[in-house]
Design a protein around this ligand. Structure first.
Ligand code: FAD
Ligand code: SF4
Length: 510
C-alpha cells in the first residue's frame, strides 16, 4: 500500500520506529511553510534552527535509503499550507494511506484531525515516541484532585521509572534538593567554555531573506550554535555531563551580567525538536553520576532530573489537560501593553536590559531570567497575557506552544489562577539582588520603593499586591506579604501607587 508519512518540524526523531526499515512504498514528507513561520513573529535564530535541523534530518533519512519529499520555503511546489501541500502530494503520488505522528501542538492536532476527516483515503496517527508520558497520563493521575501539584507528579515519575530511588525511597533520603539550588554565582567557581556548534546556515539564511519572512532578534554570526542533528545533540549532552552537571544545581537560579548560560545545559532546542529524547538525557546523566558519584553531589543530579521528568512532562500534561481553554485564561484580569523595550532591550533597568539582550542575541535566556526578570516585570506591570505569550512564543529557539504557554501563562503570569503555581512568581528588587550582580551597576537604587531613582520592581511589587488583593488576599502563601502591606504607612503606599502608575503609563522612559 502506497503511504505518505508526515514529519513536522519538531518531530525529528531518527530513532522512531517508522525508520527502522526502509520501504519503497513509503514516502516521508517535510515542509518549510509560511503557515508555521507567520503565526507569530519568531526570532531569526529560531526559524534558521528549525529549517537547518529539518534539512539535515531529510538528508539523514535519504542517506539511510528512505524516500523523502522536502519542500524548502521557496520551492515552487510549496503552497505554504500544510493541508494543501498534503493534498497535492497525495494526488500526485497515488497515495493510498496517509499517516502522521501525533503533534504536540493543539492547533496542528486539530488541523490534522480535520484533514483526515476530509480526505477519502485511509489515515492513521502514531505516537512521536518521545516523552515518558502519554498526552493524558497527567489528567488521569490528578483525576478528582483540586490541585495539580508538580511535586506529587514528579515523585510518582521517580517511582514509576525507578530514577534516583533505593527500593521505594528517594536516594539520599530527600525527594527534592531545591533549597540547595539557590547560590549566587560570584565568579569564584570557574565556568567552562560553552559548546557552540558551527553549523553553516548561509543557505537557510538566504532562503529566509528571499521569502521575506518577518523575524525578530539578532544574528551576528554565520553559524548556528545549537545542535541540529542527533549526533550533535549527543555531543552537547556529553559535554553537559562532563563539564556542567557538577554545578548545575548549585547555580540553577543564579544570574550574572557576564555569564549568559552559567551551568545550564542548552539542551531544550534539541529536545523540543526531538533530536534526542528525555530518556536519552536522563539515562546519560544517571550513568555519568553512577561513574562519578564521588565528585558529583546528588543535589546537582536531582535538580536536573526534576526539570526533565518533572517539569517538562508536567507542563505537557497540563497543556493537554486544559487546552484549548487554557490559551485564553486571564484570571488576574490584566490588560496593559507589553513594554516596547522587550523588542529592543533599550531600558535603564539593568536586570531587564541583560535578560532581554541575552534573548535578542541568542534566542535564549535561562529559566530564572525568563521567570524572575522578564516574566516578573510583565506580571508586575499587569500586562495582557496574550501579549506576553506572543513575545515568549517568538523569542526563544526552544519555544513550542505546549511548553511555552504553560510556562508563560501559567507558571509566570498566574493567568490560570493557580493551576500550575500555588502563588504568583513576583518579587521586588531584593530577590533579584540576592541572585545576581545586576543591581550593582543599575541606574536605579535597589533599596528604594519610591522617588525618581527607586527600583521599579520595588514600586511595582507593592502596587501589584495592593491592586490584586481581591484575587490573592486569601492565598495562604501570600499571607506574610499582605500583612507587611497592611502595616505600610498609608502615605508611603499612596506615593508607591502614584509612582507605579507612572511606570506603567511610561514604561519606555524607565
Ligand atoms: P536547563 O536549565 O539546562 O534545564 C534542562 C532541561 O529541563 C531544559 O532543557 C528543559 O527541557 C527542561 N526544563 C527546565 N525547566 C522547565 C520548565 N519550566 N518547563 C519545561 N521544561 C523545563 N522551555 C522550553 O523548552 N520552551 C519554552 O518555550 C519555554 N518557555 C518558558 C517561558 C517562561 C516564562 C518560563 C519561566 C520558562 C520557559 N521554559 C521554556 C522553561 C525553561 O526556561 C527552559 O526549558 C530552559 O531555560 C531551557 O534552557 P536549558 O536547556 O539550558 O535548560
Ligand atoms: Fe533590576 Fe531594580 Fe536591580 Fe535595577 S535595581 S537591576 S531595576 S532589580
Amino acid at each position: 500500500m502506497k503511504s505518505l508519512r508526515l514529519i513536522l518540524g519538531d518531530q525529528l526523531n531518527i530513532k522512531h520506529s517508522w525508520f527502522k526499515e526502509t520501504n519503497e512504498d513509503v514516502t516521508y514528507c517535510l515542509f518549510e511553510m509560511r503557515q508555521e513561520t507567520d503565526y507569530v513573529t519568531h526570532h531569526i535564530q529560531k526559524v534558521i534552527g528549525f529549517f537547518a535541523a529539518m534539512r539535515q534530518f531529510a538528508k539523514d533519512l535519504q542517506a539511510e535509503g528512505h524516500n523523502v519529499v522536502y519542500f524548502t520555503i521557496n520551492d515552487e511546489k510549496n503552497t505554504q499550507s500544510l493541508t494543501k501541500n498534503l493534498k497535492a502530494l497525495i494526488k500526485d503520488n497515488g497515495t493510498e494511506r496517509f499517516e502522521y505522528m501525533l503533534p504536540d501542538e493543539y492547533r496542528l492536532d486539530q488541523q490534522l484531525k480535520e484533514f483526515c476527516e476530509q480526505i477519502e483515503i485511509e489515515s492513521r496517527s502514531i505516537s512521536a515516541e518521545h516523552f515518558y508520558t502519554k498526552r493524558n497520563d497527567l489528567s488521569i493521575f490528578f483525576k478528582g484532585k483540586k490541585q495539580y501539584l508538580m511535586e506529587s507528579f514528579y515523585r510518582d515519575m521517580r517511582k514509576k521509572h525507578d530514577i534516583l530511588m533505593v527500593a521505594d525511597q528517594p536516594e539520599g533520603g530527600k525527594w527534592n534538593y531545591d533549597k540547595s539550588n539557590r547560590n549566587k554565582w560570584k565568579g569564584d567557581v570557574e565556568i567552562p567554555n560553552y559548546k557552540l556548534f558551527k553549523n553553516d546556515i548561509s543557505e537557510v539564511k538566504k532562503d529566509i531573506k528571499t521569502a521575506g519572512i518577518k523575524t525578530m532578534g539578532r544574528f551576528e554570526t554565520k553559524t548556528f550554535p545549537y545542535p541540529i542533528s542527533r549526533s550533535q545533540a549527543i555531543e552537547q549532552l556529553k559535554y553537559f555531563c562532563e563539564a556542567l552537571l557538577i554545578h548545575f544545581g548549585d547555580y540553577q537560579d543564579a544570574m550574572h551580567t557576564e555569564q549568559e548560560y552559567l551551568f545550564h545545559s542548552r539542551l531544550s532546542f534539541a529536545m523540543n525538536l526531538k533530536l534526542i529524547s528525555p530518556k536519552d538525557v536522563v539515562t546519560s546523566v544517571m550513568n555519568y553520576y553512577r561513574k562519578h558519584g564521588d565528585d558529583i553531589n546528588i543535589s546537582q543530579v536531582e535538580g536536573f532530573v526534576r526539570q526533565i521528568i518533572g517539569w517538562r512532562e508536567y507542563m505537557r500534561g497540563m497543556y493537554w489537560a486544559f487546552m484549548p481553554e487554557y490559551k485564553s485564561l486571564n484570571e488576574l484580569n490584566n490588560h496593559n501593553k507589553l513594554a516596547d523595550f522587550f523588542w529592543t532591550g533599550n531600558t535603564k533597568m539593568n536586570c531587564l536590559k541583560n535578560a532581554i539582550n541575552n534573548s535578542l542575541d541568542n534566542g535564549y535566556a535561562h529559566h530564572i531570567q525568563r521567570l524572575m526578570i522578564t516574566g516578573n516585570y510583565a506580571l508586575l506591570t499587569q500586562t495582557n497575557p496574550d501579549e506576553v505569550d506572543a513575545w515568549y512564543l517568538g523569542i526563544y529557539v526552544d519555544a513550542i506552544e505546549w511548553v511555552q504557554l504553560t510556562n508563560t501563562r501559567g507558571m509566570s503570569q498566574f493567568a490560570d489562577g493557580g493551576k500550575i503555581a500555588t502563588k504568583p512568581y513576583v518579587s521586588s528588587g531584593s530577590y533579584i539582588n540576592k541572585m545576581s550582580n545586576y543591581c550593582g551597576n543599575c541606574h536605579y537604587n535597589k533599596s528604594k520603593k519610591f522617588g525618581d531613582d527607586a527600583c521599579p520592581f520595588n514600586t511595582l511589587y507593592w502596587n501589584f499586591l495592593d491592586d490584586k488583593r481581591e484575587h490573592l488576599g486569601n492565598n495562604f502563601r501570600m499571607g506574610m506579604m499582605y500583612s507587611l502591606l497592611d502595616k505600610m504607612n498609608q502615605n508611603e503606599l499612596t506615593k508607591i501607587k502614584e509612582k507605579a502608575q507612572h511606570i506603567i503609563e511610561h514604561q519606555d522612559e524607565y
